[in-house]
Structure formats: structure tokens, C-alpha cells
Design a protein around this ligand. Structure first.
Ligand SMILES: CC(=O)N[C@H](C=O)[C@@H](O)[C@H](O)[C@H](O)COP(=O)(O)O
Length: 236
């Protein structure tokens, strides 16, 4: 069975913690991946070669690999240059994901130039395009990517306010490559809806693997409760 078939209508859990996050550690990410597997995940999305190596020791699941790297001259940070693609390729991951937005990349290339180099050099690799708008998705498909995901909707300054379900439905209407739902699919209901709409699979990250984000949702609910109960009080 090929990887896309293996992931068909399945849950992929993103196990990522950047340097400034409390769970930043390849060991912890490997245990997150194990927990995800025990909970029924069929794939893992992971950042950095170190985390991917640790995760491979712990679970035998298809991996979507990325390398996040910040550059001063560009807003592109998910697998921004051919160097990161090469490191992921050499490590061996089932799918390499990268930013496929219209933003200029750190090496001065646009997405088309970046991807045409890659396609030539790594023809046996599956590639997933993280986009923020429908236009970017259409361009990525034209360029020859294997999978498209709305991962960056709301994260580029021109895509503010994008609603995952609306963009997902546009992608499903306009693309023929598989669309993986990713980015703020933060409840079991949204995951189910995405699959019912026709998404190939769904990636869930923060709602499962970022306890600080999960805790904040509970705190927010308590703040709202507190505000309401204050408003309801009669001040004498
Ligand atoms: C925008 C960006 O950098 N997204 C990253 C992409 O790899 C991850 O930080 C997200 O956790 C992942 O996309 C899953 O999304 P969510 O955590 O919303 O379920």
C-alpha cells in the first residue's frame, strides 16, 4: 500500500515544540508520537531531523517532515530552502512539507523556482505544499506538488481571517491532488467534517500536543465565566 493510501481518511498528529515552547525536546516529541499512536493516529508531522530520528525510534508510522528556520529577510519559515529539503531527504521521511506561499524565500527565489529545482533533484519524493490562499494552492498544484494543505491560512499577513472550513471547501472544489486539512482543526467535530467534505486526511497539532495552548482554552472559558458572574452581581 502506498503512503497516500495508508493515510486515506486518517488522523495525523503534529508533534512539534519550538525552542521557546515548554516541551521543546526530541525525547518528549517522541513520547508525544507514541501517545498519538496509542490514541489511534496513523501518521506524524514533525519538525527537525533530531525530532524525526527520535520519533522513528518510538513509532513506525508515516512521517511528514519539515524543518522550521527563521530568516530576517523572509516570512517563509517552513522548509524554506533546498538545504532543509536535502536534510529531510537524506534522513528519509515519507512526505516533505514546505511553505508554498507567494512570499519571496530567503534565497530570493519564489515558490516556482524553488520547487522546479527540487522536483528535478528529488523525483522519487512526495511533497506537500503548505499554502495560505486558494491561488497559492492552484499554483502549487500546477507546479507539480503531490498534496496541498491550508496549513498557513491566517499566518500570512494577506490571508488574515481565513476560516479553515471555507478555504478547505474551496481547495476541494478546485484541486485534483489530495488535500490534507491542517491548521486549526482543533476539535473531533472539525476533523470529522473535514473528512466528510472530502479531505484526504487531517493533521491536528496544538489541540493534542501543545498543553500550554490546551490550558489557555480552559483559562479563557474561566475568564468568560468570571466576567459574566461579575456582570450578574448587584452592586449595592
Ligand atoms: C502555522 C504553523 O507554523 N504551523 C505549524 C506547521 O507545521 C505547526 O506549528 C502547527 O501545529 C501544525 O500546522 C498543525 O496545526 P494546529 O496546531 O493548528 O493543529
Amino acid at each position: 500500500m502506498d503512503i497516500l493510501e495508508k493515510l486515506s481518511k486518517k488522523l495525523i498528529v503534529s508533534c512539534q515544540a519550538l525552542e521557546d515552547e515548554p516541551l521543546h525536546s526530541s525525547f518528549i516529541m517522541s513520547k508525544m508520537a507514541l501517545a498519538a499512536k496509542q490514541g489511534g493516529a496513523s501518521g506524524i508531522r514533525a519538525n527537525t531531523v533530531q525530532d524525526i530520528q527520535a520519533i522513528k525510534q518510538e513509532v513506525d508510522l508515516p512521517i511528514i517532515g519539515i524543518i522550521k528556520k527563521d530568516f530576517d529577510n523572509s516570512g517563509v519559515y517552513i522548509t524554506p530552502t533546498i538545504e532543509e529539503v536535502d536534510a529531510l531527504y537524506r534522513e528519509g521521511v515519507d512526505i516533505i512539507a514546505f511553505d508554498a506561499t507567494k512570499q519571496m524565500r530567503p534565497d530570493g527565489k519564489d515558490f516556482q523556482a524553488f520547487f522546479s529545482d527540487i522536483k528535478e533533484n528529488y523525483s522519487d519524493q512526495l511533497f506537500m505544499a503548505d499554502i495560505s490562499t486558494l491561488d497559492e494552492a492552484i499554483n502549487a498544484e500546477k507546479a507539480g506538488v503531490d498534496i496541498v494543505a491550508p496549513t498557513l491560512a491566517g499566518y500570512t499577513d494577506y490571508s488574515e481571517g481565513a476560516v479553515p472550513m471555507n478555504l478547505l471547501s474551496d481547495l476541494l472544489d478546485h484541486l485534483s491532488v489530495p488535500v490534507i486539512a491542517e491548521g486549526n482543526f482543533d476539535s473531533p467535530e472539525k476533523v470529522k467534517n473535514a473528512l466528510q467534505m472530502g479531505a484526504h486526511a487531517v493533521v491536528v497539532g496544538s489541540a493534542i500536543t501543545r498543553p500550554q495552548v490546551i490550558t489557555e482554552k480552559f483559562s479563557q472559558a474561566l475568564r468568560e465565566f468570571d466576567d459574566k458572574s461579575k456582570k450578574g452581581k448587584v452592586i449595592k
